[in-house]
Every structure is written in C-alpha cells, then in structure tokens.
Design a binder for this molecule. Structure first.
Ligand SMILES: [Mg+2]
Length: 435
C-alpha cells in the first residue's frame, strides 16, 4: 500500500520536529568557567535549526584548541559525527592538546542526540546501567588521621569509591627517607626515569605507616585508589608497590609515564595491586601498545583527551577484549562530567568515574539536568538522564558568575561569555595528512 504524505506524518512515533538531514553548524562560541588555576572552556555549537550543542575543552587546556576547528565545521552536518571526527582529529594530541577535538565531539553528540531525539548514550550503543558510580578524588592531608577522617566523611556522603595520594611527600620529611631530596622541586617537570630520585626503606616505611593509619580509619568496605607517587624510576615504584600491596588498594595510578610500555609491563609483573594509566593518552591507537602488551590492569582515559564519547567507547571495547577494566578520569565542569556519564553508561567494563569537584560549592549550579531534581551527584552516583543529547541545560547566570578571570596565570581566552568568534571563521590551511 502506498503511503501518502498525510499518512506518513501520522506514523506512530516518527519525529517530525527536526530535520537531521538538513542540520548545519553555523557558529561556535565559548565561555571559560573556573576558579584559580581551574579552567573549563565550555563550548556552544549553534545550528541553522535553533539546536545548540554543548561540549567542553579539557580542563586546563586552551579554548583556542577548539576555536581553530571552527572553520572546519561551519556548514557541516553535526550528525556526521564519525566523518567530522576523522576530519578534525589531526588537530588533537596527547594531554591538553586533545582538548579541542574532544570538546567538539561531545557537542556533536549533544546535537545529534537532540536532532534524533535520543540520549547521547544511545549513539554509543545503548546502556549497561542507569546510574554511574562516581569516585571522589580527595586532596592530600599531611596527617594520615586527618586524611582518614576526610575519606570517611566522603563515605558518609554516600561515595562507594575513593582516591587518595600517596607520594614522596610522605617519605621526604623523614631524615634519610629520600635520596636526592634536595632536587625534588627542581625535577618536577622531569620524567620519572631521569630524575635520579630514590626512596629508601625508611621512606617506604613512612608511606606504609601512613596508609595503615588511613586504612584503620576507613576500613576495607570500599575501594581506595592511589595516585601521584612522585617522579622516580620503575624499580623504586615496584619497591613501594610491594610494600603497599597488603593494603589492597584499588590501583596504583601513573606511577611512571604511560609512554614506557616495557616499564609498565615490568611494574605490572612486579606488584600484586592493579596498575592504571591513561589520563593523558589521545585516541585508541595511543592505548593500543599498553593494551596489546598486557601492561596495565585498568585503563584510565580522560574523555576530554582520549577522543570524546565514541572514541572512548572504542578504547573501552579494545580493553574489554584484553580483559582490562576502564575507569574514567575527569576534572571538568558538569558539562564534561555528563559527557562521561553517557559514555560510562555504554561501557560494559566500566568501574567508576572520577570527580574532583566534590568540595566546590557552586559546581552543581552550572547546569540543570533535564527531568531531574537536585544536584547531579547524589549518594556517590549520577543518574543517567533520558533527555535527548547530553540531557543538560546551562544555567547562564551561574556561568557568568563563575567565568574564570584569573589574571595571575593563564589569562582566560576568550574573556567574555559566548561572545562572537568571527575571527575564527576562515579556513587558511590545506589539511590533508596523506598524499
Ligand atoms: Mg591522576
């Protein structure tokens, strides 16, 4: 039977409110939110149909990394996520350099979801869970009892997964705790194998005492991950790791730089606690050497560096096949946090999503989750929204109030709130990376 146009519009459940095939990107604007050295450039991608997509450049990265992509996106259909990602991914890189490409990818997913009328997690293959476990990173306290109490407070707030720092700073004040202690500050930007810093048995026993005190207070009910050990070679990391294995921590994070695959393998084989890295790695091919070598127990991509929602799902699938779990690193505003929530929902081998803003009183004010009441994080979890796209709306008043205008370091660019960016409209390069 032929279907005429009137019958077509009456077909049950077919959306006629948007025309995804005719959707075009018309503008990109940015507002840099944050406090002190925390900078979160929030992206708006505008379209010819009134839909606006939200994304966010990696915390601490330049908004220019996204703005340089504007001329490559104007006139494009945001629903062509895969094609556009291939077009722009040459302009990203490891660490903060991935921030622009990833921020745009989130905004494309937000737009495509809104155009199709589906939540972003459905673009990544659908969900494995309805709420996402958040793990709270917790600022260090010199006194282990104080640290234990802060972690216990987090548990009382409902968090079921925590992280703490265990570093050279515990061993260093002890006389004879660290070899080469005078150069710790000076070598802060030197990669671990090259600092010449070593920790002694005495230093390690201070670290053991510290963790023992914390564990005595916090107990063993929930997982506690560990990070920021300090810049020393893999042999020292193994000695520390072996000494701390008895506290059954969830993982040792970034003990050495992710680039040294053979040393990661050595570390993994040398300790009995899971080892974890990935927050600075760009794209699936960046993770492949570590995964293929079986050199990590847990991959830890930051979605705002690793390639956005769909690429991070591909990284997770690669890990799944190798029996590697995935925790998500995240240190941004609620915009990037929600992009992570959608991605986490679609990852079978997901463990927990990082949160750095538990103590920030205005963090939750920046957005409203469509169809939900109260703060985004409740009892240590974020509920998966069902609204189209990322399922959030910006609270513009709060955004304006918290624009980062810190003049001391990294003056924010752009300074204003979603102001015109016409100077980024013109393409002036030949982009092809093959001939
Ligand atoms: Mg870390």
């Amino acid at each position: 039977m032929a279907i005429d146009s009137s019958a077509k519009s009456s077909l049950e459940g077919i959306r006629t409110g948007s025309s995804p095939s005719d959707l075009k990107i018309t503008d990109m604007r940015i507002a840099v939110v944050g406090k002190d050295n925390w900078r979160w450039p929030i992206i708006k991608l505008y379209t010819n149909q009134g839909l606006v997509g939200l994304g966010e450049v990696r915390d601490g990265a330049s908004a220019r990394y996204a703005l340089m992509l504007k001329s490559r996106l104007l006139g494009e259909n945001p629903c062509d996520i895969d094609r556009l990602f291939k077009k722009i991914k040459q302009f990203g890189g490891h660490g903060r350099l991935g921030g622009g490409v990833c921020g745009v990818e989130m905004a494309l997913c937000d737009l495509a979801g809104k155009a199709f009328g589906v939540p972003a997690y459905m673009l990544a293959g659908g969900k494995y869970r309805d709420k996402i476990k958040v793990y709270a990173d917790t600022p260090s306290k010199k006194d282990p009892e104080e640290m234990g109490k802060v972690l216990k407070d987090r548990m009382d707030q409902g968090f079921e997964f925590l992280k703490m720092d265990i570093g050279l700073w515990i061993a260093e004040p002890e006389e004879g705790g660290v070899v080469n202690r005078s150069i710790i500050q000076e070598r802060a930007n030197v990669m671990h194998p090259f600092t010449g810093i070593q920790v002694t048995d005495r230093g390690i026993s201070k670290m053991v005492e510290y963790v023992e005190t914390v564990r005595d207070i916090v107990g063993y009910e929930i997982p506690i991950a560990s990070d920021h050990f300090g810049h020393m070679g893999v042999e020292n990391c193994i000695r520390i790791g072996k000494a701390l294995d008895r506290f059954t921590l969830a993982w040792y994070e970034d003990m050495i730089p992710w680039q040294y695959v053979d040393q990661w393998k050595q570390l993994k084989e040398g300790v009995d606690t899971p080892v974890c890295t990935g927050e600075d790695i760009y794209l699936r091919e960046g993770f492949e050497p570590l995964v293929e070598a079986g050199a990590i127990s847990i991959a830890h991509p930051d979605l705002a560096t690793s390639g956005g929602i769909l690429e991070t799902k591909r990284i997770a699938d690669l890990c799944y096949d190798a029996g590697i779990a995935v925790a998500l690193h995240q240190a941004g505003s609620p915009v990037v946090a929600m992009a992570n929530v959608h991605c986490a929902a679609a990852i079978d081998n997901f463990v927990a999503l990082e949160m750095h803003s538990v103590d920030n009183p205005w963090w939750n004010d920046l957005v409203t989750v469509v169809g939900q009441d109260g703060p985004m994080i409740q009892n240590g979890f974020i509920k998966l929204p069902d609204a189209p796209g990322l399922g959030i709306e910006l609270n513009e008043e709060a955004i304006e109030e918290h624009l980062n205008r810190n003049p001391d370091r990294f003056a924010a660019y752009p300074e204003g709130m979603f102001e015109p960016t016409d100077e980024w409209n013109e393409l002036d390069a030949h982009d092809r990376v093959w001939s």
